[in-house]
Write a protein that binds this ligand. Structure first.
Ligand SMILES: C[S@@+](CC[C@H](N)C(=O)[O-])C[C@H]1O[C@@H](n2cnc3c(N)ncnc32)[C@H](O)[C@@H]1O
Length: 265
């Protein structure tokens, strides 16, 4: 149900597909390079949690080959219905905030932009850790949504309009239980969960108006439009902000993708 605590951008919305397209274009190359660097290879048994449109799950399945396997989960997995059939890829509906996972059998557990949205994220993290075999690795890709700055705008008013709208988006997702700074807390959380060799790396870039990155902002604003009106914005201001996000004179820093990983002893 839209607005249910736990996930502000529920996948039953028509807007979810646009969100996955934007995330995949902006961040798949970063995620794939990192997972390859961290040793995902033929034979790796993988768990991909909150898999969304399934691009990472599909890439993992191709990479680990017939001797490996991928279990892809999501609270609402309908956007993975169109994935090409692969014998080593299984998709299941699963709520990481409430439901247990098979324990001790995965070499890799990965989730991108999922625990940020899960109010019970520490309990969910514990499940992810227990799903690993000893020596297996957890990799989390998360945002720090506080680190986002307007880099260029046609007018100072336009910059202020984006900032005001983005603040309202953050208020709405926080009300639903998101921790918008979770990306920065992930490192400490992985250590506290008992993982060893914890490390992290951050990726950020500029997003120009009309690019896949600013389309991510547009899709988020469109999906939350009704709730943004409840935060004091008007339909006219939302419309102007959506147009600004198409304007090449506008640029904003991307959400920084903070990738943090650790090993189960
Ligand atoms: C921002 S999207 C990211 C999708 C994908 N990981 C990606 O990066 O392209 C968050 C995904 O997490 C899923 N999700 C949210 N809460 C969840 C939960 N409690 N259990 C499982 N999946 C969840 C959503 O349904 C959505 O598909």
């Amino acid at each position: 149900m839209p607005g249910t605590p736990g996930y502000a951008f529920d996948n039953t919305s028509e807007h979810a597909g646009g969100r996955f397209d934007a995330l995949e274009t902006c961040y798949d190359p970063v995620t794939f390079a990192r997972l390859a660097d961290l040793g995902v290879a033929a034979g790796t048994r993988c768990l991909e949690v909150g898999a969304g449109g399934g691009s990472v799950a599909g890439w993992l399945a191709d990479r680990v080959g017939p001797s490996g396997s991928v279990l892809a989960t999501d609270l609402e997995p309908r956007w993975m219905d169109g994935l090409p059939e692969r014998p080593n890829l299984r998709v299941v509906r699963h709520d990481i905030s409430k439901e247990d996972l098979p324990e001790g059998g995965f070499d890799l557990v990965h989730a991108r932009l999922v625990l940020l949205h899960v109010p019970e994220r520490l309990a969910a993290l514990d499940r992810l850790v227990r799903a690993l075999r000893p020596g297996g690795r957890l990799v989390l890709d998360e945002f720090d949504c506080g680190w986002i700055s307007v880099l260029a705008a046609p007018t100072p008013e336009a910059a202020a309009l984006f900032e005001r709208t983005h603040d309202a988006v953050m208020t709405v997702v926080s009300r639903a239980g998101a921790d918008i700074h979770w990306g920065l807390r992930t490192y400490g959380a992985l250590r506290a969960a008992g993982l060893t060799d914890v490390a992290s790396v951050t990726y950020a870039e500029s997003w120009t108006g009309g690019s896949p990155g600013t389309q991510l902002h547009q899709v988020n604003i469109r999906q939350l439009a009704e709730r943004l009106l409840g935060e004091g914005l008007t339909p006219d201001r939302l419309e102007r902000c959506l147009r600004l996000l198409d304007d090449p004179a506008f640029a904003v820093s991307s959400y920084p993708l903070i990738t943090t990983w650790g090993t189960r002893p």
